[in-house]
Design a protein around this ligand. Structure first.
Ligand SMILES: Nc1ncnc2c1ncn2[C@@H]1O[C@H](COP(=O)(O)OP(=O)(O)O)[C@@H](O)[C@H]1O
Ligand SMILES: [Mg+2]
Length: 443
């Protein structure tokens, strides 16, 4: 029989053995489900990765088992789980874990290894007894069918899929198929059903996020609005209006470095509201010098006096550019430095760009929060930005499902909205207070 979230959490199971006492009731209902293949669709911080750890520990108790934890990328798998895996397995080690192979050898002869689908060779092999696929919605869809499923065949290995919905992509397909197949166990849990995030923190996250994002990220819903349009929070009626420059507050200059086109936005911020005053598009042969001159001209037209300029933008390299990011930022610094009586610049660059999905969530949240309020206004003359917000969409996969990659087939699209995202995600990062060990950001 399938256990779904329509039923009460399992409360009748006997007191579990000591080492799984740490799982909460809904995690336990997955843990005790006998199906060979199980799918858990759950909100952020439900406790999916924690469940993965305890499941792997149990599998390792069977002598000479081979167990894999697979994430979308090797680096992500390492970041999410390696320290936690070592901590939970330490009493059972046969020797020191291998830091190069991300493998723990246990005194039962079993091995637990971390893998990433971005390194297809690392997930080839056979003789697997148990595979956990974490953040499955962000993985390449063929990793399971082409590589991992066959690896489980010879030893009739088990598999556990964990993830938070991401539109109606391959994770949705897998979940739907599993629902119809009595051989599979299926579960759907909200973040709150995990018991790790207090209700008041969840409530404040709800106010901070747009409704679609909240339903997807915290209520584990396969939302339809999130399906194809990237900036689904955008509504021309509420988000487009004439914006006035205010000489008493800093001017924000955000850049997406490209050769064709280079896009820059001039913005201002008042409390938690963003005003996009103007956009500057340079094509077909942009460079950072030209960008500086164009900025200078517009900035002078706005305000002939000395102004404070906050600079934001792309923090990482990009194959469509010729120079390095550091060179670009140095050119800008030197350019503005020539006019100490006109500009007081400050640079606001993250060490690395945020994940694309987080950047987009931040923009959607500014466009419309759960209460329905717009906190981002775009002047009608920003034509390319408005087109981006209306048209940028997710690329479709082989089954015509939205993938987790943005459709870049139209070379004019995505650049203005990228410039907007660099600013918004840095100035208004996702709320960081959710969850017991939360630090800085929600993810
Ligand atoms: N059963 C549990 N008991 C105590 N803390 C837990 C439990 N499950 C998860 N947590 C904690 O809750 C937080 C979120 O868990 P995690 O497994 O990372 O969630 P997810 O992978 O669903 O985002 C982590 O800090 C984790 O240590
Ligand atoms: Mg996790």
């Amino acid at each position: 029989m399938l256990i779904t979230n329509d039923q009460e959490p399992v409360t009748t199971i006997a007191e579990p053995p000591r080492r799984i006492v740490g799982l909460r009731p809904n995690q336990l209902s997955v843990y005790h489900h006998p199906a060979r293949f199980r799918v858990v669709v759950a909100g952020r911080r439900f406790g999916k990765s924690q469940l993965a750890l305890v499941e792997m520990l149990r599998a390792a108790a069977t002598p000479n088992s081979r167990i894999w934890y697979v994430g979308p990328s090797y680096d992500q798998a390492k970041r999410i789980l390696w320290d936690r895996l070592k901590a939970i397995t330490r009493p059972h080690w046969a020797g020191k874990p291998s830091e190069t192979e991300l493998t723990v050898r246990m005194n039962t002869g079993s091995q637990i290894s971390l893998r990433g689908t971005d390194r297809p060779d690392s997930i080839r092999g056979n003789g697997l007894d148990f595979a956990v696929m974490d953040e499955y919605a962000s993985m390449h869809p063929s990793a399971w069918s082409k590589v991992l499923r066959p690896a489980l065949s010879d030893r009739l290995g088990r598999a556990l899929f964990l993830g938070t919905p991401q539109g109606s992509n391959h994770f949705y397909d897998l979940y739907k198929k599993a629902l119809a197949d009595p051989q599979w166990g299926t579960f759907q849990f909200t973040t709150s059903q995990g018991g790790n995030v207090p209700p008041e923190e969840l409530a404040s996250a709800a106010i901070d996020l747009d409704p679609e994002s909240f339903r997807q990220e915290f209520e584990a819903a396969f939302t339809s609005a999130a399906m194809n349009r990237v900036y689904y929070g955008f509504d021309p009626v509420s988000n487009v209006q004439a914006v006035q420059y205010d000489p008493y507050i800093p001017l924000v200059w955000s850049l997406d470095f490209n050769i064709n086109p280079m896009c820059m936005l001039l913005m201002q911020r008042s409390d938690d509201t963003v005003y996009v005053l103007d956009e500057i598009i340079i094509k077909p042969d942009a460079n950072t010098e030209l960008a500086c001159q164009a900025f200078h001209k517009r900035a002078r037209a706005l305000n002939p006096n000395r102004m404070q300029v906050e600079i934001y933008g792309d923090a990482s390299g990009n194959q469509r550019r010729t120079s390095s990011v550091n060179t670009d930022w140095t050119i800008i610094k030197n350019f503005l430095g020539q006019f100490p009586t006109l500009y007081h610049p400050t640079f606001h660059l993250p060490k690395a760009n945020p994940a694309v999905r987080d950047r987009i969530n931040c923009v959607n949240t500014r466009l419309r929060n759960t209460a329905g309020d717009a906190r981002l206004f775009v002047d009608p003359k920003c034509r390319e930005l408005i087109k981006d917000l209306e048209q940028v969409s997710w690329a479709l996969d082989a089954n015509d499902r939205p993938s987790s990659n943005i459709d870049k087939s139209d070379g004019d699209r995505t650049h203005s909205s990228d410039a907007l995202g660099y600013y918004v995600s840095e100035a208004f990062p996702m709320r960081g207070s959710v969850g017991p060990n939360a630090s800085g950001r929600i993810v």
